[in-house]
Design a protein around this ligand. Structure first.
Ligand SMILES: [Zn+2]
Length: 307
């Protein structure tokens, strides 16, 4: 299987260093420290002009980010081969940074560039982007509803000084599953999908639910099928803004679907042969599936290769 995009973060998060104020303040200026920059939620990328060569994260040193450090959210990401990695938010649309400061660097929407970056670097970006988005959406205390939160532990935690509540970065789990019956799998189409695209079923995990419960509920709600067995396959961080995709196979007890048409407008049962035809662009119904960066794609491929 291909390496799953956003899922191969090579950083050692070194969480023991987050609260070490002395280490943090000296590491910021260290020559072995690099910064991943964000602006309006977009990472700074060194775009490859050579065909077949990956674009890369633009890693800046202290001298280039010094002026942002005081007023900006900065988070310690971790360490890799003696390098310390931080991410920094240089502002929003109104406070645009001068691109000329970062020759050959460009702030690019992560969704549009992820497929041309190495899986390891997309892993670093997934961590960094989710932290940037969490910071932006968690500025004030939601308990006493007044105080501005204070950032502690190198950006990995926030505290309300008034009521002492601590806030941690959030992760929203989503189950994504492939119903299987009689050597065929079920793909569905939501109204918002591009024409003729079909994908695995998916939905947010609800409080008090196990992964298995969520798969069983979603499959019943969306296509009216009873699940008899859930098999966990793999996960993918999806940093828009901070989801975790939990990919599963699920065996169902019949092939007669009853669609919730608000959610799924059409569903198709496909054999491995049908999927092979889709992959070579020869689907008789012009069906296609999401690109390789989507975990749905990897889940479908993983089922095709099971036999
Ligand atoms: Zn509070």
């Amino acid at each position: 299987m291909n390496k799953i995009i956003f899922a191969n973060n090579p950083l050692d998060r070194s969480s023991n260093l987050r609260s070490d104020k002395e280490w943090q303040s000296s590491s910021i200026t260290d020559e072995n420290t690099c910064f991943v920059l964000f602006n309006s939620g977009k990472p700074l990328i060194r775009v490859s002009r050579e065909p077949g060569k990956n674009s890369k994260i633009y890693l800046a040193h202290f001298n280039k980010v010094e002026k942002y450090l005081d007023k900006s959210y900065t988070v310690f990401l971790g360490r890799l081969e003696n390098q310390n990695y931080y991410a920094i938010d240089t502002g929003g649309q109104k406070e645009t940074v001068s691109i000329s400061e970062f020759d050959e660097g460009k702030f690019i929407d992560l969704r549009s560039i992820a497929q041309s970056i190495s899986p390891e670097e997309t892993g670093i970006l997934a961590q960094a982007k989710s932290m940037m988005d969490w910071n932006r959406s968690h500025q004030y205390c939601s308990k006493c509803e007044s105080s501005e939160l204070r950032v502690v532990d190198s950006g990995c935690k926030k505290i309300c000084d008034k009521c002492k509540t601590e806030f941690f970065p959030r992760v929203d789990p989503v189950v994504i599953m492939l119903p299987i019956f009689n050597e065929r799998c079920l793909l569905g189409r939501q109204k918002i999908f591009p024409p003729r695209m079909f994908s695995a079923l998916a939905g947010f995990l609800e409080p008090g639910e196990t992964i298995e419960d969520a798969v069983i509920r979603e499959v019943k709600e969306e296509v009216g099928l009873d699940v008899s067995k859930v098999t966990y396959k793999f996960t993918q961080p999806w940093p828009f803004p901070y989801q975790l995709m939990i990919a599963c196979f699920c065996e169902v007890e019949s092939e007669t679907t009853k669609l919730d048409e608000d959610e799924i407008e059409e569903a198709v049962w496909l054999s491995r042969e049908d999927l092979n035809r889709i992959f070579v662009g020869k689907s008789p119904d012009r069906i296609w599936i999401p690109p390789a960066m989507a975990v749905a794609h990897q889940l479908i491929v993983s089922w095709m290769h099971e036999k």
